[in-house]
Design a protein around this ligand. Structure first.
Ligand SMILES: [Zn+2]
Length: 247
């Protein structure tokens, strides 16, 4: 039985929707050691995600099942997020959980190789279905931050679906939302060189591993986000000549 880390039962009403301006603002850095308020924010995020994935506690599906949440989504504009990503093995006999509770995280390197979730991304804060489309992300990233569980600075490498989740949550800390990256003219356009992963099957296959070898990690500043939030890199710009409709 899941034991909550804090005293309040997670509710769908905790979630700030993207109609709020606070979701479009950069979050402030968290002071360490953690204040009681910041500690409580992290515990609320952990409880929210865990309850949302719990088949008994969330049997009525009152919470939208989540694999990640960022502090601004529960009304706290501070740099922290929590990820609990279940990854099922190929023959569906085992689920491995990738759990990260990071404070002041930063993406310090990104591959030029692009990855995207086949059916686009979802977000607890986005109810409007008009934002569908492919969201290009870096296939392989390096993340640094302060780990809530170990109370140490950490450096992590994530690939594929896990990297997508990290980039989605990191976006929230910088005032960006997933649909800011969607090509408005051709939302489902996927150039052949992009790696497409299934949202529900994030297991890295041996083919993906071969792609990792060719996915060069480059400093983050080589891939910039413009003021209009469109990705600005020739490797990431959608190509109209090799489009594939995934809709
Ligand atoms: Zn989100």
């Amino acid at each position: 039985m899941l034991e909550l880390l804090q005293s309040e039962t997670p509710l769908s009403s905790w979630i700030t929707e993207d109609t709020a301006e606070s979701l479009l603002k950069p979050c402030t850095a968290v002071s360490l050691p953690l204040s009681k308020a910041d500690e409580d924010t992290m515990k609320k995020m952990i409880d929210w995600v865990k309850v949302s994935q719990d088949q008994i506690l969330n049997a009525d599906k009152s919470l939208t099942e989540a694999i990640g949440i960022a502090a601004p989504q529960i009304g706290k504009n501070v740099q922290m997020y929590y990820i609990l990503l279940p990854i099922t093995n190929v023959d569906k006999t085992k689920v491995t959980y990738y759990e990260h509770a990071l404070i002041n995280p930063k993406i310090t390197a990104k591959s030029n190789q692009v990855v995207a979730a086949r059916y686009g991304e979802g977000c607890l804060s986005v109810k409007n279905k008009d934002h569908e489309g492919i969201v290009p992300r870096s296939y392989k990233i390096e993340v640094t931050g302060y780990d809530y569980f170990t109370r140490q600075n950490v450096k992590l490498v994530a690939r594929g679906y896990e990297a997508i989740v990290f980039q989605h949550e990191q976006d929230h800390l910088e005032g960006h939302l997933f649909y800011h990256h969607i090509n408005q003219e051709n939302p489902w356009n996927t150039p052949e060189e992009w790696i497409i992963v299934d949202n529900q099957q994030p297991k890295i296959t041996s083919d993906d591993e071969a792609d990792v070898a060719s996915a060069n990690i480059t400093p983050t500043n080589l891939i910039k986000i413009n003021n209009d939030n469109k990705l600005n890199s020739k490797n990431i710009e959608p190509s109209t000549s090799k489009s594939k409709n995934l809709e």
